[in-house]
Design a protein around this ligand. Structure first.
Ligand SMILES: Nc1ncnc2c1ncn2[C@@H]1O[C@H](COP(=O)(O)OP(=O)(O)O)[C@@H](O)[C@H]1O
Ligand SMILES: CC(=O)OP(=O)(O)O
Ligand SMILES: [Mg+2]
Length: 408
């Protein structure tokens, strides 16, 4: 039986794709189509079958500029044609499944599922709880189901891994009838990444994940912290929506809910304006004028005080959650950095964890400056709490889970 899975991770303005042979862990083709809807849409592809998984962002292949991708349908069409012209044309590859990243699965989905019209409808209903994510996820599902109607399509949810949160962690102290009536609770996101990274961290530590307490810091465009006990999520920083917790590229993270009523009354902002302000105009972008941490560093080095403050706030919040989750877990075996910032940004790693020696947490500056793309330990030998950098691979994890569902 075939073990090849096409994975689609559809964002609002980009689609990441990967063709994976789950059996041997090989990536047969991958890429990202960015700036959907703009004339300057661009496809970065690596379809030479470079072999092993090597983390996000590592597209060492070719770049096609100005591709015709006015919407997700056109974008997927470009991707399917790119795959067809690569070393592993879809017409010659038998697909076991198409795996889709879906960010919000709400109460309904604790596991990956085979997509039918009813599942599609549920993803749509959950869109208001993940306005940056579920709508494009759904667009990808719809287009791909039409383009590849004979292959099983599987949704893999960011929320699923966090279904193990205990009620004390997922319950907001909001009047309970209102909360129950409107499904207001903490769900948590980035679960596919955290689950993959937890197991990869255990391998690096040569321990079983069941025996480890981990604090996983997924610092990408969205950012979250998760406390993982024995491979299960027991607390996480994102909540009902992917807005709570850490400072992100364009999202506030934690903010006093009173700010909303204050701005409603004082600035006359409507609900959609508030939503846009908190989700799209804030975070690093709102503080420093740039949502990419590399640009924030450039500005900070050039003396820009706003950029300096933005990265201080970012690291302060990470440190805040590390302390909180040390307390939640009682004891941690490792702090694990992953995703775009976590994997690449030595400055953020060392600033977030500085001064924590008495808690057993220390970063070795030589090890921290290693810039390769493989998992590595950045704490000194013998540290009480290991500090690790572990590249995430949401696409591979989605492929693995999608194959499980399709083969069941
Ligand atoms: N070398 C780097 N140094 C610091 N930050 C980086 C670096 N490379 C990427 N990033 C950050 O990672 C972010 C993207 O992270 P990623 O995990 O790829 O996000 P997503 O998968 O959500 O699109 C970028 O916005 C940028 O801020
Ligand atoms: C859930 C979430 O925030 O995802 P991303 O980091 O891809 O925006
Ligand atoms: Mg991401």
């Amino acid at each position: 039986m075939t073990t090849t899975v096409l994975v689609l991770n559809c964002g609002s303005s980009s689609i990441k794709y990967q063709l994976v042979d789950v059996a041997n862990g090989k990536s047969l083709a991958k890429g990202v189509l960015e700036r959907i809807g703009e004339p300057s849409a661009r496809l970065r592809r690596d379809d030479a079958g470079t072999g092993d998984q090597d983390g996000p962002g590592s597209t060492d292949g070719t770049v096609q500029d100005d591709v015709a991708a006015a919407d997700h349908e056109a974008a997927l069409d470009v991707i399917l044609r790119a795959l067809e012209s690569g070393e592993h044309p879809l017409s010659e590859v038998e697909l076991a499944a198409v795996g889709h990243r879906v960010v919000h699965g709400g109460d309904r989905f604790a596991e990956p599922v085979l997509i039918d019209d009813d599942v599609e409808h549920s993803i749509d209903v959950l869109s208001s709880l993940a306005p940056l994510h579920n709508p494009p996820n759904l667009a990808g599902v719809r287009v791909a189901r039409r383009a590849l109607p004979h292959v099983p399509h599987v949704a893999v949810f960011d929320t699923a891994f966090h279904q193990t949160l205990p009620p004390s962690a997922y319950t907001y102290a909001l009047e309970s009838r209102t909360a129950a009536e409107h499904g207001v609770r903490r769900y948590g996101f980035h679960g596919t990444s955290v689950s993959y990274v937890s197991r990869a961290a255990a391998r690096l530590m040569e321990r079983s994940v069941e025996d480890l307490n981990l604090i996983v810091l997924h610092l990408g465009n969205g950012a979250s912290a998760t406390a993982v006990r024995g491979g299960r999520s027991v607390d996480t920083s994102m909540g009902l929506t992917p807005l709570e917790g850490l400072v992100m590229g364009t999202r506030t993270g934690d903010i006093d809910a009173g700010v909303l009523s204050h701005l409603r009354r004082e600035a006359g902002l409507g609900i959609d304006e508030l939503d846009d302000l908190l989700n799209r105009q804030s975070g690093l972008l709102g503080l420093a004028g740039a949502n990419d941490m590399r640009e924030v560093h450039r500005r900070a080095r050039a003396g820009d005080e706003d950029a300096r403050l933005a990265r201080e706030v970012y690291c302060h919040r990470v440190r805040h959650y590390v302390g909180a989750y040390l307390a939640v877990l009682g004891q941690a075996h490792a702090v694990v950095f992953t995703a775009g910032v976590g994997e690449n940004d030595a400055w953020v790693r060392s600033h977030s964890l500085s001064g924590l020696r008495r808690l057993g947490i220390e970063v070795d500056h030589v090890r921290n400056s290693f810039a390769g793309s493989r998992s590595h330990i950045i704490s000194p030998d013998g540290a009480e709490v290991a500090v690790l950098v572990v590249p995430t691979d949401e696409e591979f994890e989605i492929a693995r889970q999608a194959l499980d569902v399709a083969a069941a």
